[in-house]
Every structure is written in structure tokens, then in C-alpha cells.
Design a protein around this ligand. Structure first.
Ligand code: J2J
Length: 538
């Protein structure tokens, strides 16, 4: 396995193979097989462009040939920061074909995140679209390259402005691609994180393809499925649960939406007869509100998946009447474990639980602070291990001793209750993270940035409840001398190259923090005080 990754123990791996979870197929072989099987069937739709399975396969090979001409080869890491466009899939499969490893950054990431990822992964190339959503990625790419000398190539889709042009890279397919090891790392996903720097999640061909294949089966994906990629498909949820890869795996059709807004998505649902999509709760609520007055025909939509953050029982109860489709709740994580409510289950499970795990071999423990299993039905921290849950983050030996138990369970930091049926109900969170409508913000990362400001003595970032997003971020600051104003702090963080979803929504200045018995900042107390303050101010 790639250096600095934690493999599964040999006997566990052998068990997963014997059980048929790990089948020894690679992403590259998968695409070849799909192209042979589905030939002219449409694989991906992006605006007016419609690529068949044969097209996608041929394009991946041509691009792989061009990338190989740049010297990109097996085990090289390549940062892919692309919006929902057809080239996302072309790029991913071209890299798979070369046995290179895509590191999937989010379109919202900025220099702080990308520089960190490029250094951490020792990436040799960075692939971006020239512009998306009103943002020009080329100056960002220039800034990143200036800080990371090892980044040999910046490849731009669209007007390359002096960088390497994606379109001129496609070369005549000369074949002879490397054979890669299905047990090795195929791609990197990013962790929502709880630490100062985002962690990289190595996913192998074997484990990721198992979660994709099983997700597609559970979600009933077939060649008739039309999946709308509404959330940024770089996220693990729309990538693999079952997402774009699960849809392709089953021979279905992926439709790329440039934005998840009703204005962008509804016309696509109507025009392409979309049957399945996935959203985070705030978007699901926006879609429900907008559907009432939309002129668009959404009747093709059979299932709306909602996940990434807790969907309230009340909102869940409105999906059918508002959108005329079934709701499937999804509770997952880029580290592995994914739970689904399933077709045919009693409605109460769909409305009040976050589903049950994909695999019979997903091991679940719900434990108290001392690490002992809680009584059935009682809340506790969810620990898990299984055939598609990682055993360690990349290059994070020290953090791994905290994030995983000695016997390989991932400590999710989520507080759940387990029902006798095996369904999990997410009841809270223990990790120091803000879940801002599905986007994860690691408090420590933002605190570290705030501490770099000369007028900040101390900082704590916590969640405050929000009607629309579920949670927003609040930065609580003890000033050094004259207190900084909120706008200035936000500007400061933006200038440091932070993704905008990480910029605190609210800033509070205090003279000191509430502390726990051992003198640490009490975030619990801080959250309570802020929530009280919030509800008492008009
Ligand atoms: C409450 N919290 C949830 C839910 C995730 C499918 C779906 C989602 C993700 C994802 C994913 C939640 N209710 N329904 O990767 O494949 C919170 C938990 C979890 C964290 C993981 C997938 N669904 N969460 O959201 O890696 O706190 O993955 O540990 O971004 O999101 O975040 P992430």
C-alpha cells in the first residue's frame, strides 16, 4: 500500500475478499467493462453535451495519454478541483487509468486548503476549471504554485492563460496503461476534520468500489436511473452514496447540475427526467419551499436522498407532499461507514432515523465516555470498522492514535442511538466541529487562523443554532488591546485564503472564556451562553 497509509490486517482483508466485498477490480477496469457493456448508452449529460459510455472510456484514455506525456504516472498525486462538469469524470478516470491518485478538493476551497493539500500529498499537478460560479481559479492556481514548488503542472479547463490547457492535452490513445493493485489507494477524499489541518482519507479500489456497488444496489440504481449531481460531486456523498460513481456502476445516467439551486436543478429534472438525487438538509428545505410555485414538472423524481447533516423529523415528514417523491435518509462519512433507510421499510424509519449500515460486516459500537457500550437505545459515541472504513488517515500517525481505537475502530465523534432494528438516530456530536448545513468546519483550524491576528489574544469557534443551516459558526474572541471588528476579522481570514464556508458567520468579543474544572475553555458553556443571547436579542 502507498506509504503513510494504514492497511487492514491481512486476516481481515482475506475475510472481506472471501465474503465477496472486495472483488479485485480497479476503477480503470470498471470503466472498460462498463464501456463494453453499455456502449452507446448515455453516461453523462452536461448542458448540451451527452457522452456515451464509449465516449467516456475513450476520452479517459486520450486524456491519460496526454497526462502521461507530462510525466504523470503511477502513484503520483494530482489535485482535482472541479465543479460539476463532464470533465470531472473524464479527469477522474484518466487518472485512474494511469494509476495516478486524484485528491478531490472542493470547488469552495481556496489557497489555504489547496496549499496544505498540495504539500501534504506532494502533488505533482493541479487541475482546475478556468472559472466557475463567478470565481476565477487561475489566480488561485498561480498563488498555489508559487507556494508549492513541487507542483509541476497546473492544468486548466477553458482559457488556460499561460497554464497547461486541458483541451490540448488530449492525445491519440496509445494504450499500454499500467495495471494497478486493487488493494492500493485509488483516490483521496478529505475529512471534515476536527484538527488544525484537514486530514486526507485514502480509499482503495477494493473498499470504495464495494461501497459504491452496494450503495447502488441498496438504492435500486439501474440502467433506468437518471442521477442529478446537484451537490458538488467532489463530496463523498454525491460521489459514492451511490452518487455519480454508483450510477455509472449500474449503467445509469449522470446529469451534472452547475449549482444545486432550484433555479438550476428544476429545469434539468424536467428536461432529463431525473429519478434520483441527493441533497443536504437546507437545500432539501429550499427545494420543498420552491416546488410549490415552480412551473417545472418534477414528477420523474422518485427518491430524494438527504444527508450530510441531521434532517429534522418535521422537514422529513414534508418531502412526499412537497416533492411527490420518497425520502431516503443517508448518514455517511468520507472515512467510510454509510447508512441508508431502505425502500420497503416502515415509513417511521424514513422519517425519524438516519438509516442502517450498508454492510453486514459494518461493526458498530455505541460507547460512553469511558469506552463502555451503552445500554440498547441509549445515546453514545459511534465507533465503527468494516470493509470500507479506513484504518488511518494519510500521514497522520499521531492523530490516528486518537481517531482510531487500538483495535481499528474509527471514532466518528457522532453521538447516536441504535434501535433494535439496527437503525441509527444521530443525536448529537462530540467532535469539535461545526456542521454548517452539511459543510464541515473544524473549530481548531479557524481558531489557529484567528490567533494569527495581532489583536486576537484567544479564540474559540463554536456552533450556534440556525433555522436554515441547522448550525452556523460563531467566533468568540478575547482581544489583545483594542478589540477587532467583525468585518476586519472576516477579511483577515479571507486574505489568509480560507474557503468562504469557513468564515465565521458571527463574531463575539468577550473579556474571558468560561472554563471547565481543569481550566480548559468550556465550549459547552460558551454554546449555551451564545444560544441564550441569540434568542434574547431581536
Ligand atoms: C446527521 N449528521 C450527519 C446525517 C453525515 C453520505 C452522506 C453524508 C456524508 C457526509 C457522506 C448525517 N445526520 N444524515 O460522506 O457518503 C455528519 C456526521 C458525520 C459527518 C461526515 C456520505 N450525515 N453527518 O456528510 O465526511 O457528523 O460525509 O460524521 O462530509 O457528517 O461528514 P462527511
Amino acid at each position: 500500500m502507498l506509504d503513510y497509509c494504514t492497511p487492514w490486517p491481512d486476516e481481515t482483508a482475506a475475510r472481506y475478499r472471501a465474503a465477496g466485498y472486495w472483488r479485485g477490480e480497479t476503477f480503470s477496469a470498471l470503466l472498460s467493462r462498463l464501456a463494453a457493456e453499455h456502449t452507446d448508452r448515455v453516461a453523462v449529460v452536461d448542458g448540451r453535451r451527452r457522452w456515451s459510455y464509449t465516449d467516456l472510456d475513450a476520452r479517459a484514455s486520450c486524456l491519460a495519454t496526454g497526462l502521461r506525456g507530462l510525466g504523470i504516472g503511477p502513484r503520483d498525486r494530482v489535485i482535482v478541483q472541479l465543479p460539476n462538469i463532464a470533465e470531472f469524470l473524464e479527469t477522474a478516470f484518466a487518472l485512474f487509468r494511469l494509476d495516478a491518485i486524484p485528491v478531490f478538493a472542493l470547488p469552495a476551497h481556496r489557497s489555504s486548503e489547496i496549499v496544505h493539500l498540495a504539500r501534504q500529498s506532494e502533488a505533482v499537478a493541479y487541475i482546475v476549471a478556468a472559472e466557475h460560479g463567478g470565481f476565477d481559479y487561475r489566480p488561485l492556481a498561480g498563488a498555489v504554485r508559487a507556494q508549492v514548488p513541487g507542483l509541476r503542472h497546473v492544468i486548466v479547463i477553458g482559457d488556460a492563460c499561460g497554464f497547461t490547457s486541458f483541451d490540448t492535452l488530449r492525445d491519440h490513445d496509445t494504450g499500454g496503461f499500467p495495471v494497478c493493485d486493487p488493494a492500493d489507494v485509488a483516490l483521496f477524499q478529505l475529512s471534515g476534520g476536527t484538527t488544525g489541518t484537514p486530514k486526507m482519507i485514502p480509499r482503495t479500489h477494493d473498499d470504495y468500489l464495494y461501497s459504491i456497488r452496494a450503495s447502488a444496489e441498496i438504492c435500486g440504481v439501474t440502467t433506468s436511473t437518471v442521477y442529478l449531481g446537484a451537490l458538488p460531486v467532489a463530496h463523498n456523498f454525491p460521489m459514492s452514496s451511490p452518487g455519480v460513481f454508483g450510477t455509472l456502476h449500474a449503467g445509469g445516467r449522470v446529469v451534472m447540475a452547475p449549482q444545486p439551486s432550484p433555479a438550476a436543478a428544476f429545469p434539468l429534472i424536467e428536461a432529463e427526467r431525473v429519478t434520483l438525487t441527493g441533497l443536504v438538509p437546507p437545500l432539501a428545505m429550499l427545494w420543498m419551499d420552491t416546488a410549490r410555485t415552480t412551473p417545472h414538472d418534477l414528477s420523474s423524481l422518485q427518491v430524494l436522498q438527504v444527508g450530510g447533516a441531521r434532517f429534522s423529523d418535521a422537514a422529513a415528514g414534508r418531502v412526499r407532499s412537497a416533492l411527490g417523491c420518497d425520502l431516503q435518509q443517508v448518514f455517511g462519512m468520507a472515512e467510510g461507514l454509510v447508512c441508508y433507510t431502505r425502500a420497503g421499510e416502515a415509513e417511521r424509519y424514513h422519517l425519524t432515523t438516519q438509516g442502517r449500515p450498508i454492510s453486514p460486516d459494518d461493526e458498530i459500537r455505541v460507547v460512553d465516555r469511558a469506552g463502555n457500550e451503552t445500554p440498547p437505545g441509549e445515546p453514545g459515541e459511534l465507533l465503527t470498522r468494516g470493509p470500507y472504513t479506513i484504518r488511518g488517515y494519510y500521514r497522520a500517525a499521531e492523530h490516528n492514535t486518537v481517531a482510531f481505537t487500538p483495535d481499528g475502530f474509527y471514532r466518528t465523534g457522532d453521538i447516536v442511538r441504535r434501535l433494535p432494528s439496527g437503525h441509527l438516530v444521530v443525536a448529537g456530536r462530540e467532535k469539535d466541529q461545526i456542521n454548517r448545513g452539511g459543510e464541515k468546519v473544524a473549530a481548531e483550524e479557524i481558531e489557529n487562523h484567528l490567533l494569527a491576528h495581532p489583536a486576537v489574544q484567544d479564540a474559540a469557534v463554536v456552533a450556534v443554532p440556525d433555522r436554515f443551516l441547522g448550525e452556523r459558526t460563531c467566533a468568540v474572541v478575547v482581544p489583545r488591546g483594542v478589540a477587532p471588528v467583525a468585518g476586519e476579522l472576516r477579511e483577515f481570514l479571507r486574505d489568509r485564503g480560507l474557503a468562504s464556508f469557513k468564515i465565521p458567520d458571527r463574531v463575539e468579543i468577550v473579556t474571558r472564556f468560561p472554563v471547565t474544572g481543569v481550566g480548559k475553555i468550556s465550549k459547552r458553556e460558551l454554546r449555551r451562553a451564545l444560544a441564550a443571547h441569540l434568542t434574547s436579542t431581536p
